[in-house]
Write a protein that binds this ligand. Structure first.
Ligand SMILES: Cc1ncc(COP(=O)(O)O)c(C=O)c1O
Length: 344
């Protein structure tokens, strides 16, 4: 049976063209800065995000960890959203490896942190408190409906950051989805931040890797930390080539992914037992709830899997669908038919 995999955009496979670019990539030892493909990717990424420098890392998790370790010393504090990937899904790395205290503020449904709560969470100079160093935002926000954070909001947070001499890190695992959704160049969503990570292996469909962007001094520090974590890779152009191909061949696929998510949501909302707010669907992630009296989330997952459509339930009555380059327009039609067959 053909599988339509809506579990995550991390399940993407490289296209034939991307595989060819990977096979043909010139390589060198990146620990010595001598891999031309890594260097080309880093230069391209820095240019696109409007930053001085960039650094290839193995994953989004490593990108966030390295960035936070570069900004914060032991015993200092990072402010994060309570629904953020960094807080939720990164194995507490910042406290494990950095001795960094995390202060969680409630994410609102649109992925933002309330500005007044942010201001109030910044610690005054008192020896009883850890020293606040960093605010982290996530764009788009995975657990908050894949919502993009707009430039005005990012700028407002950056203003608070500057006033209090803090730093701003953006987990931009899906920042290209945000840029497409908001119809802005990606640099408009990055230039106010001190550091941004983005993932090559989600909507951009490369097999491995993420990139950290920031100023030259920050990237030099990040490079040392990456090495200490065992993340200095040798002929890493094999990894960089997929990402470089994705950035050079354009991000048209992301626009398609958003259209697919929209179509899926518009049909799902018509079905009995489904609760879904269409206004919250703005990128490639669709969250919806089921009426447990009709079907439990787990039953729905199992019955749809029997129809060849895979996705996750995310707790309570909620489920998530994610579109990506491995899901065609015909697949979306098939998935809609499968939902209708199970629910009507
Ligand atoms: C918002 C966000 N940040 C970071 C990550 C971590 O990326 P990785 O799985 O490459 O470590 C993910 C992964 O899904 C994510 O959704």
């Amino acid at each position: 049976m053909e599988i339509i995999d809506l579990r995550s955009d991390t399940f993407t496979q490289p296209s034939d063209e991307m595989r060819a670019a990977i096979a043909a990539a010139p390589l060198g030892d990146d620990v010595f800065d001598e891999d031309p493909t890594v260097n080309a990717l880093q230069e391209k990424a820095a240019r696109l995000l409007g930053k001085e420098k960039a650094l290839l890392v193995s994953s989004g998790t490593m990108g966030n960890l390295v960035s936070i370790l570069a900004h914060c010393e032991r015993g200092s504090e990072v402010i994060v959203g309570d629904q953020s990937h960094t807080f939720y899904y990164e194995a507490g790395g910042v406290s494990v490896y950095g001795g960094i205290h995390s202060r969680q503020l409630a994410n609102r449904e649109d992925g933002t942190l309330a500005l007044e709560e942010l201001r109030a969470a910044i610690r005054p100079g008192d020896i009883h408190f850890p020293v606040t160093r960093l605010i982290c935002l996530e764009n788009t926000h995975n657990r908050c409906f894949g919502t993009p954070l707009n430039r005005d909001y990012l700028q407002a947070v950056a203003d608070i950051v500057r006033r209090h001499r803090l730093k701003l890190h953006i987990d931009g695992a899906r920042i290209f989805n945000a840029a497409v959704s908001l119809n802005r160049p990606v640099s408009d969503l990055a230039d106010m931040a001190d550091s941004v990570t983005f993932c090559l292996s989600k909507g951009l469909s490369a097999p491995v890797g993420s990139v950290i962007c920031g100023d030259a001094e920050f990237i030099e520090k990040a490079r040392r930390i990456r090495k200490s974590l065992g993340g200095g890779m040798r002929q890493a152009g094999i990894i960089a080539a997929g990402g470089l191909y994705a950035l050079e061949s354009g991000i048209e696929q992301i626009r398609k992914d958003h259209d697919h998510a929209r179509r899926l949501a518009e049909e799902l909302v018509k079905l009995p037992g489904i609760r879904l707010d269409l206004q919250k669907v703005s990128t490639n992630i669709v969250y919806f709830d089921v009426d447990k009296k009709l079907i439990s989330p787990l039953q729905l997952v199992k019955r749809m899997a029997r129809q060849g459509v895979r996705f996750f339930d995310t707790g309570g009555t909620r489920l998530r669908l994610v579109t990506h380059s491995g899901v065609t327009s015909a697949d979306i039609s098939k998935a809609i038919k499968a939902f209708q067959a199970v629910l009507i």
